[in-house]
Every structure is written in structure tokens, then in C-alpha cells.
Design a protein around this ligand. Structure first.
Ligand code: C5P
Length: 242
């Protein structure tokens, strides 16, 4: 069972999709850790590494390390252990790595609790459609595969899932309120959808049952990122406003 306080703190996670530490630190200086968390993905982590994660944490931000581990159980266990030692708030894996891989990650982190990063899984990448899935040998409908991997993740002891806001309702119906749901692909009113297709608005995503929204360019490309955060929080109309 995840701790009751795992949903506390800002529900907005700003994706720092930058090629280097300088750009990421410049953006983080314009943001407030009381109002948002930060996501560090593969490009930034490979370029700037653990020192950047420590620097962001030192500024007071909680960091979602979005490296989507998918490897043999022993390797993934070592990777999440290293992430926990870095002090990240959330780390994730690919559910398609299977039950033993996810259980190994859970065991490496220990039981959910204070100081233990939330452990989430990606089910089917939202960039994939039914034809892509079929090419990998999965002929079931995409939603069925998402729900199958979501259930497997929860059974394997994970705290939650990274999923499309369009999948949230079905996941809540099948797995209930317990899993923490993290949703990217969100576009506030009036913002450019960029390369995202099938976007969902912040309030719509929260009302569907998302716990955390991942939003990148609508904040990072805004002329005033701090104002964009406040506007998104008010659109979410949630518990995050001071
Ligand atoms: O700029 P934007 O809001 O589109 O950024 C969304 C972030 O969420 C990016 O870091 C992107 O890689 C990530 N993401 C996504 N869709 C997924 C999973 C992750 O957009 N299904």
C-alpha cells in the first residue's frame, strides 16, 4: 500500500526537456518548488547526469527521474537503487519488463514510505498505435494491453502508472483509487499542442482521476514560466495554490 501522503505536494510536474544543465538550471531558477515538481528525462540526464539532479534537489525541487528502465531484474534493481540514493521523488520502469523485473525494482527500493521514491510504470507508450503493437506480437486491442500491464504493475507492488489522460478513466474503473496516476500530453487552454496529438486539458485530466500532470513546453516555452505555472494551477483548480 502506498503511504497516504504520497499524493501530497504539487500536482504539476514540469518536464525539463533541455540538452544541458545550464538551460535546465536557468529554467528551474524561474520556477517555485512549492508550486511544481520537475521531470528529468533521458536527454538531460545523459548530458548532465546525477550532479544536475542533486543541484535541482538542492534548490528544493522534488525530481521525477523519467528513465523508463527496462532490463533484466538485477540490472533494473540496481538502477532504481541508484536513483533512490540520488534522492529522487519518483522513478519509473517499463511494465513490459514483466513481473519479476518490477518486483525486483520494488524489493530494491523497499516498502513504500517516507524517503522511498514512488515507483511507477509505463504500460504501452502513447506513441504506439494498434499496428505498432501488432508488430511486436501483441494482437489484443491497445486498451486491453494497457489494462493488462497496469494490473500487472500493481500486482508487482508498484505505486502507480504513467499513462495517457485518456486511459485514466478505464484504469480507475479497473484498478480503483489506489494507484498513483501520472499523465503527460496535457495542454492548457490556448497553448500550442506542438507535436502532441490527442491532448487533454489540465482540469479534464484531474477530474478524470489523474494525480500528477506532466507539462513541458506550455511552461518552459512561455514568456513568463512562473505565470504559466500559476495559470495552469488555477486551471487545474486544485489544492496547489498557496
Ligand atoms: O512539452 P510537453 O508538455 O509535450 O512535454 C511532455 C513531456 O512528457 C515530455 O518530456 C515527454 O517526453 C513526456 N511524455 C509524453 N507522453 C508520454 C510519456 C511521456 O509526452 N506518453
Amino acid at each position: 500500500m502506498i503511504p497516504a501522503n504520497s499524493r501530497q505536494g504539487p500536482s504539476l510536474i514540469v518536464a525539463l526537456d533541455y540538452p544541458d544543465a545550464d538551460a535546465a538550471l536557468a529554467m528551474s531558477a524561474r520556477l517555485d518548488p512549492a508550486l511544481c515538481r520537475l521531470k528529468v528525462g533521458k536527454e538531460l540526464f545523459i548530458a548532465a547526469g546525477p550532479d544536475l539532479v542533486r543541484a535541482l534537489s538542492g534548490l528544493g525541487f522534488e525530481v521525477f527521474l523519467d528513465l523508463k528502465f527496462h532490463d533484466i531484474p538485477n540490472t533494473v534493481a540496481g538502477a532504481v537503487r541508484a536513483a533512490a540514493a540520488l534522492g529522487v521523488w519518483m522513478v519509473n520502469v517499463h511494465a513490459s519488463g514483466g513481473r519479476r523485473m518490477m518486483q525486483a525494482a520494488r524489493e530494491a527500493l523497499g516498502s513504500p514510505g517516507p524517503g522511498v521514491p514512488l515507483l511507477t510504470a509505463v504500460t504501452v507508450l502513447t506513441s504506439m498505435d494498434a499496428a505498432d503493437l501488432a508488430e511486436t506480437g501483441v494482437s489484443d486491442p491497445l486498451e486491453k494491453q494497457v489494462l493488462r500491464l497496469a494490473a500487472l504493475s500493481v500486482e508487482s507492488g508498484l505505486d502507480g502508472l504513467v499513462c495517457s489522460a485518456r486511459e485514466v478513466t478505464a484504469i480507475r474503473e479497473s484498478l480503483g483509487a489506489a494507484p498513483v496516476l501520472v499523465t503527460p500530453g496535457i495542454r492548457p487552454a490556448g497553448s500550442d499542442s506542438g507535436d502532441q496529438r490527442r491532448t487533454v486539458g489540465p482540469r479534464e485530466a484531474m477530474e478524470a482521476g489523474s494525480d500528477f500532470l506532466v507539462i513541458g513546453r506550455p511552461v518552459t516555452a512561455a514568456p513568463d514560466p512562473a505565470a504559466a505555472v500559476l495559470s495552469i494551477l488555477s486551471e487545474m483548480s486544485y489544492r496547489n495554490l498557496p
